[in-house]
Design a binder for this molecule. Structure first.
Ligand code: NAD
Length: 247
């Protein structure tokens, strides 16, 4: 039994850095034609060069997941270049925090617009293509924060809880077209998003003790799950959230 993704076409959003970058590189290493999108031009250029050096297939597009016109342009360009679109990984996200009483409305909107509405808009962009193909894999980034309350993360956690329910509803809508929709809930994966390296060592140790496996998650841990969900091995899995948090 093997994960065979050779020749599939994937879009990974927010893939200029962090977990998304690792997902893009891992998919590409498995022979997936990988389209990297992000709002950060410098990071897109860096991953473009990395793809060239490694001989990976794919392309890079500047695309804000809040901009539906741009999403349609990118999806159109991908289909024109490669003829099909098999996988969408909605990874782009922000985690702007604050206690509810002092939380600015703009910060609330930022979390909801990028994490939840951005996921909706990307799906809206690719669904017509996947329906025509009568196949597709949509994989959304939720978070452990959607399940476990974490003080000061109301906006982020609400957006991710929204992603998990959106995933279930969309899976029901797209099942008849053989399109699966799932989401994954990472725990603490050290990246720039959570400023992990800047946390005091004592905090890090305390957090580590709460993990069943007593080790931090890696970007690979998440990327491996994405490869599985994108593969034929996961063809009967839909409408679910998979925890990748070390327990
Ligand atoms: P990160 O901040 O390192 O990367 C996020 C990427 O999204 C960046 O490249 C950024 O430029 C891009 N982005 C931000 N706004 C965008 C927009 N409007 N349009 C397109 N791209 C945009 O974060 P990460 O830690 O790699 O997290 C990736 C995903 O995983 C996020 O959805 C995050 O919520 C989720 N997640 C992360 C953790 C963790 O511990 N790191 C835990 C749970 C969930």
């Amino acid at each position: 039994m093997q994960i065979d993704l050779q020749g599939k076409v994937a879009i990974v959003t927010g893939a200029g850095r962090g977990i998304g970058r690792e997902i893009a590189l891992t998919l590409a290493s498995e022979g997936v034609i990988t389209v990297v999108t992000d709002v950060n031009e410098a990071n897109l250029e860096a991953i473009k060069q990395e793809f060239e050096q490694l001989g990976y297939q794919g392309s890079q597009y500047l695309c804000d997941v809040r901009d539906f016109n741009r999403i349609q342009q990118v999806v159109g360009a991908v289909v024109e270049s490669y003829g099909h679109l098999d996988i969408l990984v909605n990874n782009a996200g922000v985690a702007a925090g604050g206690m509810v009483t002092s939380l600015q409305e703009e910060v609330w909107d930022l979390n909801l617009d990028i994490n939840l509405k951005g996921t909706f808009l990307m799906c809206k962009g690719v669904i017509p293509v996947m329906k025509r193909q009568r196949s597709g894999r949509i994989i959304n980034a939720a978070s452990f924060a959607a399940i476990v309350p974490s003080i000061g993360s109301a906006a982020y956690a609400s957006s991710k809880a929204g992603v998990s329910q959106f995933t279930r509803v969309l899976a029901g809508e797209l099942g008849p077209w053989n399109i699966t929709v799932n989401c994954y809930a990472p725990g603490m994966i050290p990246t720039d998003m959570n400023h992990f390296a800047e946390r005091p060592e004592k905090d890090q140790e305390r957090l580590l003790d709460t993990l069943t496996l007593r080790r931090w998650g890696s970007k690979d841990d998440v990327a491996n799950l994405i490869c599985f969900l994108a593969s034929d091995l996961a063809e009967y899995i839909t409408g679910t959230m998979i925890d990748v948090s070390g327990g």
